[in-house]
Design a binder for this molecule. Structure first.
Ligand SMILES: Cc1ncc(COP(=O)(O)O)c(C=O)c1O
Length: 438
């Protein structure tokens, strides 16, 4: 946050220095250096719509919806009320031992209605990483029950992200994230991201290299964030599905980022008409208001694993009543406000505005997007100093984007309720930062 410009001053809270001290001395932040300079923590106190206010009273337009999860925007009373009412009724209700809760049952039924055909059973987790771990365990369980103990290998993709638990991390295809923590779980390998539809053949090659009798599943996000929002060419996912079918390999689609309207469809796989065997969900499921994840499983898989009797897997807070209630309210709001369609329309507008930036500035080389998941790339020739100036300038002008380490790409994923005027404001601030950086 070095040198941040105050974009709007409200009251600087009297306790802001104390909060900064506490953060610096006692908080370990994910994906951040352990020791940070005094002016670095960017600590937020409140949020409304797409605007966040920090403890010094500066306002920021959140063009990344938190971690691409606050899909309905900050500060919605209807979502707060859904959480409060749920825990007033029943503060906690386990789903273990076949017990249940009203919101969990209703949400599972709602998910069966809105997810791709065939996914009719849902397992609730706390977030996206444990949803991925759940898929890994269910895939193993399935093949053990089918009498194929050697069929356990899972293929993922490079430049993918499936979470930071030991399973999700082993599946994640990013060497930069592996190096600090020693050995990953055995039984995973990774293929390259697609540049064109024919790259689905990489999966077939990898299945044949490992041996089809050993390959249990392929897991991928419809669009990978670490691959700089790589929107796959049409035909890629359809071919992946066909290859999985040919070699009796389960297909698990991680819609943790792309689910719930983010790409202009309820789920991104709908763009390509692909029916997965598993789906991983989280983030937008509660609009980020409370932690929740889910794994959807097809009837075919259930038919096999039902024979195993008890499912010996679960998390104390998976499917918490308050989270499920907020998720149900999120679905209701999305339907009432037609937010999937709004995401498609606002996304097309955002992309048009980003393309104008590419036209106007030599710094930028291309823009791409699907619904409200978009990116703009810097020309490879732009030197590191200018990239840094641009990234800092965008932040100083009060815009939060999805950053990339080399600052060669900026990701945009504003909330699905973003207005055209807010898109214009975000783009004009990036425009000004680009002018200043060049
Ligand atoms: C595609 C995908 N899968 C899994 C995860 C992990 O989710 P969580 O951070 O909730 O554990 C993420 C998080 O960003 C994600 O983007």
């Amino acid at each position: 946050m070095t040198g941040a410009m105050k974009t709007a001053q409200s009251e600087v809270s009297p306790d802001s220095e104390q909060i900064r001290d506490s953060d610096l001395a006692h908080l370990l932040h994910p994906w951040a250096p352990i020791e940070r300079a005094r002016d670095e923590p960017l600590i937020f106190r409140s949020g409304r719509g797409i605007t966040l206010t920090d403890i010094d009273g500066n306002e920021y337009l959140d063009a990344a919806s938190g971690l691409i999860n606050v899909n309905l925007g900050y500060g919605r009373d209807d979502l707060v009320a859904a959480a409060a009412e749920a825990i007033q009724q029943l503060s906690y209700g386990t789903l273990f031992y076949g017990r249940g809760s009203v919101p969990a049952a209703r949400l599972a039924s709602k998910l069966a209605e809105i997810t791709p055909a065939g996914l009719n059973r849902f397992f609730f987790t706390v977030g996206g990483s444990d949803a991925n771990d759940t898929v890994i365990k269910l895939v193993r369980h399935y093949n053990l029950l089918r009498g194929r103990p050697e069929k356990q290998h899972i293929i993922g993709r490079r430049q993918s992200y499936h979470g930071m638990t030991i399973g999700g991390w082993s599946l994640t295809g990013d060497e930069g994230l592996w190096k600090d923590f020693g050995e990953r779980l055995p039984g995973f390998s990774h293929i390259d991201q697609p540049a064109d539809a024919a790259d689905a053949a990489l999966l077939e090659e990898e299945i044949l290299r490992i041996g089809p009798e050993r390959v249990a599943a392929f897991v991928g996000e419809p669009i990978s964030m670490p691959a700089r929002i790589n929107i796959p060419p049409d035909g890629y996912w359809q071919r992946i599905r066909a290859i999985c079918d040919e070699y009796d390999v389960l297909l698990s689609i991680d819609e943790v980022i792309t689910g719930f309207g983010r790409t202009g469809r309820m789920f991104a796989v709908e763009h390509w008409g692909v029916r997965p065997d598993f789906i991983q969900l989280s983030k937008g499921i509660t609009s980020g208001y409370l932690p929740l994840g889910a794994v959807g499983v097809t009837d075919e898989v259930i038919d096999f694993i039902a024979a195993g009797g008890r499912l010996s897997h679960g998390f104390t807070s998976g499917g918490h009543v308050a989270s499920c209630s907020v998720a149900l309210a999120t679905m209701e709001i999305m339907e009432r406000e037609d937010l999937v369609e709004r995401s498609a329309v606002a996304g097309a507008y955002l992309l048009r505005r980003l393309e104008e930036l590419v036209e106007r500035h030599d710094l930028f080389i291309r823009a791409r997007g699907l619904g409200l998941l978009a990116a703009i790339d810097l020309d490879a020739g732009v030197d590191a100093e200018v990239r840094t100036r641009l990234a800092e300038g965008v932040l100083r002008r009060g815009v939060l984007v999805r950053p990339y380490d080399d600052r060669g790409t900026m990701g945009f994923a504003p909330s699905l309720v973003v207005t055209e005027a807010e898109v214009d404001e975000i783009v004009s601030r990036v425009d000004a930062a680009a002018d200043a950086a060049a």
